[in-house]
Design a protein. Sequence first.
Length: 367
Amino acid sequence: MTDVLIICGGTGGHLSPGIALAEEFKSRGFLSTLCISQKSIDTAIAQKYGHIGFERFPGKGFSGGLLGRLQFFQQLIFSLPKVYRMIRNKKPKVMVLFGGYLSVGFGLVGMLLNVKIVLHEANGKAGKAVRLLQGFAYRIYLPKRVMFKEVKKSKIRHAGYPLRKEMISMDKNEARRQLGLECDGALLVVIGGSQGAQVLNKWVIDHFEQLIKEGISIYCISGLKNGLESHDISTNSRGELVTIKMVPFSDNMAAVLSAADLVVSRAGAGAIAEITRCEVPSILVPYPFAADNHQFFNAKIHESLGGGILLDENNLEKLYEEVKVLISNHSLLEQISLNLMNLNAVNASEEIVDDLQSVIREKEDKS
């Protein structure tokens, strides 16, 4: 038996908050099991957290035209017997679904087995899974300042994005030491998300010489798909020590972000939450093909709160000048960091578990 099933696989953006929530439940004596996908990104992150129980499930995203959608339904049907056995055997008091394709099967089976379903939507626009399952949900957690017309207000609680305990801001010099970075001046961190972003990788390759001339070092996470890796240290024409380092993946994002003076990133909810936690100014370039264009809405909300700048990928030719001007404008960087400090006041994991404790206790009292 378990108290909570947490369904969070498919992308780092779904898995990371699931891990954070499991750790918070564990710290309060509740048993939880994470249900993740069979994708390599899930495996890469899960291996670091041996103290949390994981179960892997097949599945595929609802995308890719007619063939992709047929494969989604095929995988969904294939996974249902395992999902059914899991729920029957574990007898959870509540299921927390973070969206994504795994949530659909668990939500439908959970409804049939009369398990309380809780949804967490991290984005500024609801995904397909949340829209499909919201009618069955007992509770729906949404980002602060976000409302969805299709969701009943009585179900809604506003909470942020749960972050893992190690995601805390650290001293900039210590962060750079942990990453093996040597640089005299400013550091630009470029992040394409867990899968990487070829367009941002190409931008780094095309502009690193110009950036180095300006004394700007670069740390780029190129993504597991792309696998680009390099590390060069040199001195520019002004005698400044500069570094360019490209890595496919990092499991120490607290150090990566804390080391930065400025971040260029995609606009996934997880990336924005981590940027906010480390209080680092950012230029957000939303992935234009994200489901329901949710990254654009995430970036727009973040920009409206004074946390960074939104730059459309169609205007990527402006990125170099934006970086050059912003990274040298210390007063503006300081103001953005102050704005982020104000946004960084709440621990979302604690908020959500505080709320769900009453649901679990209520179930225990009835059994």
